[in-house]
Structure formats: structure tokens, C-alpha cells
Write a new protein. Structure first.
Ligand SMILES: [Zn+2]
Length: 175
């Protein structure tokens, strides 16, 4: 598959990520593509649904398998703006996704930190597609969050800086 096609579909995943920003959700988006058609698209909804498993990939997989009427994504490519976590990589493994394409790496929660593959052995992986845009969106989000984060109350009134929220910009690898 030519590079520009991967970038084209990664832009669709980025559009999903931007929808998450509007909802104050961590901006991660995913699309599932089969025969050049997007059959599933989703963004992170953990806050909206009060569900820690509501990651973009999980919902995009559910949407795509629902569209296909089958539980496997063997002939599909899953595009996600940030490297999947172990949970999502496991789900991608169960779906037997043909290809996984992701943008920026996640050096704190990414599935590549885990020894052994969580993905299906036949899944072809490509990383670093539009990594700067994908990671930049996340970095910007966490920066704006820090600005509105009230200082952490401390004993004795010491001037400790606020603790940054988890998953800060330092965790994203732009390749
Ligand atoms: Zn995940």
C-alpha cells in the first residue's frame, strides 16, 4: 500500500482524535479500513462513558466487526494516532487484524514495552505515520490541561508545582 494512502487514512484517524478534544477526552483516534473503505471509526471516550476500556481502538474494532458481521479483521488495516496500549493490542490480536498502522509511539503505556507479541503473528505493523501531528495533538492537549490544573494543596503552604496529569507529553515518541 503506498505511503500516501496510509497518510490519507491516518488523517481520518486524526479527525476522530480532534472530536475527542471537543469532549475534553484524551485525543486519540482510530479508523478501520477494508478495501479502501472506512468501516469503523472512533475516538477515546473513557471520560464520557466512565469506562477505562473505552479506548479508540476498542470501539473502532467493535464498529468494524459489527459492520462486517464477523469477529475477524484479517483483511483490514487498523489506523490509530498513538501506539496502542497492551489492552488494545490484545484486542487487535483477537481480531487478527491484517495490518496495524500507528502514528506516535507511547513510551510509557505502549504495547511494545511488553515482552512477546500481543498482536496476531500475521499482523503487519507500521509506525511513525504522521507521528508529529498525532503526537502533537496529544502534547497540546496535556499542555492545556496543565494550565487549568489547580495547584495541589500542600501542608504548610509550600510552593510545590502542580503534579502533571498522567500520560504527559514526555511519554510520546515522535520517531
Ligand atoms: Zn488502549
Amino acid at each position: 500500500m503506498p505511503e500516501n494512502k496510509d497518510e490519507h487514512f491516518m488523517r481520518a484517524a486524526l479527525e476522530e482524535a480532534m472530536k475527542a478534544v471537543d469532549k475534553q477526552e484524551v485525543p486519540i483516534g482510530a479508523v478501520v479500513v477494508c478495501n479502501d473503505i472506512i468501516i469503523g471509526r472512533a475516538h477515546n471516550l473513557t471520560e464520557t462513558l466512565n469506562d477505562p476500556t473505552a479506548h479508540a481502538e476498542m470501539q473502532a474494532i467493535t464498529a468494524a466487526t459489527g459492520w462486517l458481521g464477523g469477529k475477524y479483521l484479517i483483511d483490514c488495516t487498523v489506523y490509530v494516532t498513538i501506539e496502542p496500549c497492551a489492552m488494545c493490542a490484545g484486542a487487535l490480536g483477537w481480531s487478527q487484524a491484517g495490518r496495524l498502522v500507528y502514528g506516535a509511539g507511547d513510551i510509557k503505556k505502549g504495547y511494545t514495552l511488553i515482552n512477546g507479541s500481543l498482536l496476531h503473528p500475521k499482523t503487519v505493523v507500521k509506525s511513525g505515520v504522521l507521528a508529529r501531528e498525532c503526537g502533537g495533538l496529544l502534547t497540546k492537549f496535556f499542555k492545556s490541561k496543565r494550565k487549568i490544573t489547580p495547584p495541589v494543596p500542600t501542608k504548610g503552604g509550600s510552593d510545590m508545582p502542580p503534579v502533571p496529569p498522567e500520560g504527559g507529553s514526555e511519554d510520546i515518541k515522535l520517531f
